[in-house]
Ligand binder design. Structure first.
Ligand SMILES: [Zn+2]
Length: 479
């Protein structure tokens, strides 16, 4: 391992203060900064590059499942927002308003979108007349504003970037299939690209999206074993169609309300990415998502022209197949560079010095394990490609292992309380479906019902009250 430089000493050890560790990583890996208005974050290039790769991976999947992109306006008239009661009740406490345009006081307040169901609903009502107009499968990439009281970079901000998919269908079955299809797209995306295993399930009524009939989530386990809701998919039935008048003439000549869905994933997943994989030395990025997959560091104080030339040739060759960066800054020592690229989470470091050149090799160091090995320069690109795949797979395995190891089947409520509060794990157990039992767990342990895992039969009894269980439920403390 390289000697600890000035950077690494400034990261609080995660087991000492996890929250401070998180803030240190965000700052030292140069992902974000605080803007002039409290709660509004600037995503710096290193952070935005992660979002660009997340966008690319998701957008490809949305299009492969038949969706197209569009863009809807930022401002929503108050009268329009007020048409769906449950939605309004859920969102108005967080809405920011525009009341003036130029010198002119507006006759009606305009909400800055906290989400776009209302706007999309009003437009779909204009666009849908017949069953031939359905399904409508539209996604938009945008920003939203929610006036949160407590904010943390990426995890909770007054403004964040996301995508919101909005679809309208002619039948409940089709809309439900869409809701679950997109949930699975999120699960697969997170697992494949971010090496982030999640648990899919349905939210309880008290945790579901304002205005939804059913909400589903994918829940990821962070390094401190807290849960983070990484993506959600909502089934609205005909609620929004009724509130906003999305009606169509069906094949049978009868006018009906459309069935709608929405689904979203936001810049929050960057926070999850940091916490699932990061360690005491900083960020650890999965190769498929990493903006830089390998960094070349020439070795030797004042690296010789021969070494620099070889490093430049290597950079040129590897650039054809990998996202590779050559760090040839003369003003920094190799040790300093090692620390910096470790902090920034680059999956592989390639060290090239005079002795390596003579031996026809580079020394390759894995960020995730610290493992160091020489590889021959001949055929290097192929070897590195395989190594990156191995890193990606190992990162997923370790995250899966954590999830398995810290998810417990509690035999009774006393044990569950102990797991949730002392061991900070997740509990999987039966639930009768009552709000009273859900609230009791929340009050006594600080854990919330994360979701009701799909495809799992309900156990015999409710963990809390001992009555017959209606669901299997997953509990954990959450971000
Ligand atoms: Zn119960």
């Amino acid at each position: 391992m390289a000697e600890a430089g000035p950077f690494v000493k400034e990261i609080t050890p995660p087991d000492q203060d996890y929250s401070q560790w998180y803030q240190d990583v965000v700052r030292k890996a140069d992902l974000a900064d605080y803007g002039p208005v409290a709660g509004f974050m600037v995503m710096k290039p290193a952070g935005y590059a992660l979002w660009e790769n997340i966008q690319a991976g998701l957008d490809r999947r949305f299009k492969a499942t038949g969706h197209v992109n569009a863009y809807f306006p930022l401002l929503i008239p108050e009268s329009l927002l007020m048409q769906e009661a449950a939605h309004v009740a859920g969102f108005t406490p967080e809405v920011a308003w525009v009341t003036q345009g130029g010198q002119e006081q507006l006759s009606e307040r305009l909400a800055i979108r906290p989400t776009s169901e209302v706007m999309v609903g009003a437009m779909y009502a204009k666009w849908v007349q017949s069953y031939r107009d359905l399904p409508l499968l539209i996604n938009q990439w945008n920003n939203v504003v929610r006036w949160e009281k407590v904010t943390r970079p990426f995890l909770r901000g007054k403004e964040f970037l996301w995508q919101e998919g909005h679809t309208a269908h002619s039948s409940a079955e089709e809309a439900m299939a869409e809701t679950l299809r997109m949930l699975e797209v999120y699960r697969e995306f997170l697992e494949t690209e971010l090496a982030m295993p999640t648990r899919k399930g349905q939210k309880s009524d008290s945790e579901k999206f304002a205005g939804a009939e059913l909400t589903y989530s994918v829940e990821a386990m962070m390094g401190d074993r807290r849960a983070l809701q990484a993506g959600t998919s909502h089934y609205f039935g005909t609620r929004f169609a009724t509130a906003y008048g999305i009606r169509f003439l069906d094949r049978d000549g009868v006018e009906k309300h459309a069935f709608t869905t929405s689904w979203g994933m936001s810049t929050r997943v960057i926070g999850a990415l940091i916490m699932v994989h990061g360690d005491g030395r900083g960020l650890v990025l999965p190769p498929r998502l990493a903006p830089i997959q390998a960094v070349i560091v020439p070795i030797g104080a004042n690296a010789s022209p021969e070494v620099l030339g070889a490093a430049q040739r290597l950079h040129g060759e590897l650039s054809e197949t990998l996202r590779v960066h050559l760090d040839q800054r003369p003003e920094y020592t190799p040790g300093w560079k090692f620390n910096e690229w470790e902090m920034r989470g680059v999956p592989l470091r390639l060290e090239l010095g005079p002795r390596d050149m003579a031996a026809g090799q580079v020394v390759v160091v894995r960020r995730d394990t610290g493992e160091k090995r020489p590889l021959p320069l001949a055929g290097l690109a192929g070897q590195l490609g395989e190594l990156l795949e191995a890193v990606q797979a190992d990162m997923l395995s370790r995250a899966e292992e954590r999830l398995r190891q810290h998810t417990h089947a509690a035999s009774d409520y006393g044990e569950a309380r102990q797991i949730l509060t002392d061991r900070l794990g997740w509990v999987e157990a039966g639930w009768c479906g009552s709000v009273a039992c859900e609230d009791q767990v929340k009050e006594e342990t600080g854990a919330t019902l994360r979701n009701l895992p799909l495809d799992q039969p309900a156990p015999a009894l409710c963990l809390v009250c001992g009555q017959p269980a209606r669901h299997m439920a997953l509990w954990g403390r959450a971000y």
